[in-house]
Write a protein that binds this ligand. Sequence first.
Ligand code: PMP
Length: 453
Amino acid sequence: MLTNSLVELDRRHLVHPVSSFRGHEARGVRILKSAKGATVTDAEGRQLIDGFAGLWCVNAGYGQESVIEAAAEQMRRLPYATGYFDLGSEAPIRLAAELAERSPGDLNHIYFTLGGSDAVDSTIRFVRYYWHAKGQPQRDQFISVEQGYHGSTTMGAGLTALPGFHDGFGVPYAWQHKISSHYLYRNPLGDDPKTVIDASVAELRAKVAAIGEDRVAAFYVEPIQGSGGVLVPPKGWIKAMRDVCKELGILFIADEVITGFGRTGPIFASAEEGIVPDFMTCAKGLTSGYVPMGAVFMADHVYDTIADGAGAKAVGHGFTYSAHPVSAAVALEVLRLYEGGLFDNGIKAGARLMAGLESLRDHPLVGDVRGRGLLAAVELVTDKDKKTPLPAEVQPATRLLDRAWDQGLIVRSFAQGVFGYAPPLCCTDSEIDAIVERTRTVLDLTLEDPEIR
Ligand code: PMP
């Protein structure tokens, strides 16, 4: 009864992010009520494994008492402190220092935001400021990668390269350019890593030449493209792109909003790629989703250029909730849990997940399995040789999600039938095995679906 009235109130008043408003009204909301570890319980008392850690964010798992206590303690003592007017508080200062110590290279300066989108947006502003400070204000052109996702602010959505975030919104802007994705499974050049890397390097060089070498400000990448369908670049691709940017004097921004904090194994994927970006963005796993927070990491030379350029003037960029003490207290405790065993467990669980998903390759509907650590995808096709996607007209993404839900599994379903996985790092062996087994059941049921075959 209570659930019914909530569903109705939701339908009437709550606008859901990235949803078909009318589709959502028709389907109604599924209400989650509580969670522990990797298991969530819905309003009817059904238990489901959260194979997507909320929205790839609850890396530490649900119900971590010490995190809850850290938030409560901080709220009791000092629930808010601004960073304006030379003020501050202990937790964000400690957190910045802890993160700087663990970040790749000299990414020593940290600007806290509220999430990933405003972290990306902040980098756009800081990049522009940097080039002004360098005496090159004409460097105002930005490049990102097709199928990339860099958030939902107006400027970030323009760097994003997924049509749903552009159509009807008037972005991208003319100063936002794209190069092709590496997307190995459907790359017209095939899946040979060297061929794909060489082609991307050539395309980036050509793009820069076409725009004008002295006009390009920055290049954005995700170490693994998440929302585009978990697209893993060939080993060496990130490094090759970083090298081109260095050679051409273009700032390189690694968007680690998904890949940060153990999602692929190490604390940051950039380190795994052997690169030091000029800027790095994080969010999600930073606080494990318990409270909102994002971060922009700046290399020493970026920070010093902006600082010297501004001199005594204020750098006019800030949010009321920049460096929020409660979020920082949560992040500090989450970091302690990660390093106290969750990162190690995540690596073990990630290997098990990848092996389990690989075992699905024999299924007639599985065209591709890809991922690293606890970030993975299974791409479904109706014809493996032709790589035929599931028919768009039956809205396979919704259908697959519903079927997974019925099996007690929450996953993400992208576009035309790509299952995305990003379970919490605390997953046990049996939870990982259940994710794989339930996926196989969904695949079997889908194989019997006459509208899909
Ligand atoms: N960048 C990347 C790579 C992301 O995956 C996301 C969110 N999925 C964002 C930025 C935006 O983060 P948020 O949703 O916290 O604003």
